[in-house]
Design a protein around this ligand. Sequence first.
Ligand code: GLU
Length: 349
Amino acid sequence: MKKILSVLPLIALAVFVHAQKLPRVIILATGGTIAGAGASSDRAGYTAGKIPIDQLVGSIPTVKKIAEITGEQVASVGSQDMTVDIWKKLAVRINEIFKNNEADGIVVTHGTDTQEETAYFLDLVVTSEKPVVLTGSMRPATAISADGPKNLYDAITIAIDPKSKGRGVLVSFNEGIYDAREVMKMSSTKTNAFGSPNTGAVDQAYDGTVEYYSKSERQVNPKSPVVITADTKLPRVDIVYMYADAPADEIDLLIGKKVDGIVIAGVGNGNFNKAYMDAVKRAVAAGIIVCRSSRTPSGRVVLHDEINDDELGTIVSDDLTPQKARILLMLGLTKTKDKKQLQNFFFKY
Ligand code: GLU
């Protein structure tokens, strides 16, 4: 009995130390404006990925009180140069980090131009329900009122908040939190660059607190439909943009290239003109999966509405933007070429 009493303080100390342990966040840096350095503080022009991750974290010293942070430089690109290979690298590393319990949450710093695409790709392939949060900035670190430090701080608070679990991949920007599936870059220059045209933000981050207001019905995580490894070969899917009086030459070019899929950024409800209609028939006859989506930022593309998809042999993107429909089609095609199953992916994810 005496022996037990003598070790009790040690056990209490161990419990206390354990309780004091800060949540662990790994930042996977890919470049973009958030890591950009400009020639002067009054210009937005910059070189991407100049600032290493440690320096970025150094700009928010108080974050050390709330999380144990480590950083890894996965890439150093402006996100217009984002590639499928970097997506795969990120996906493999994120799944590995969570499998090995190396972190409680992950923040990915990323250029804003294609951030929504990387977010949705990861949303479809990350297998853990632990938080993954993407963020970036519109102004480089050297600019007046650089928005990167605050966006990074908010992303870390979101990544360590237990309420963020099981919500799929999130994008944190300008104090708004957005579902990967819904988010879109809405302004090419302003600091409130992101929005979710169909659903709005799911949350706001403010003063280090996070409060969720809604949850997506299309939650993928953690039931990833596709397993990504470094060797996964993703099929080629291209996007063709429809406009008034558009010739359909690009579709014929892609048929010649033997692509696996074509997403049409159609007008309105995924519509296209007669020249496109004929070219789409040729693409379908060549065994290419053609998905109708819309260049209109909100709303849906409805199956068999103005166009009879069964007759034409097309599928629809539902409410995914063309750039996200491309990603779902690429991943879907690694599982099946069956149009019905592919269409179901678009109604499920
Ligand atoms: N084009 C750059 C990128 O997407 C700059 C945009 C940004 O990060 O804000 O990385």
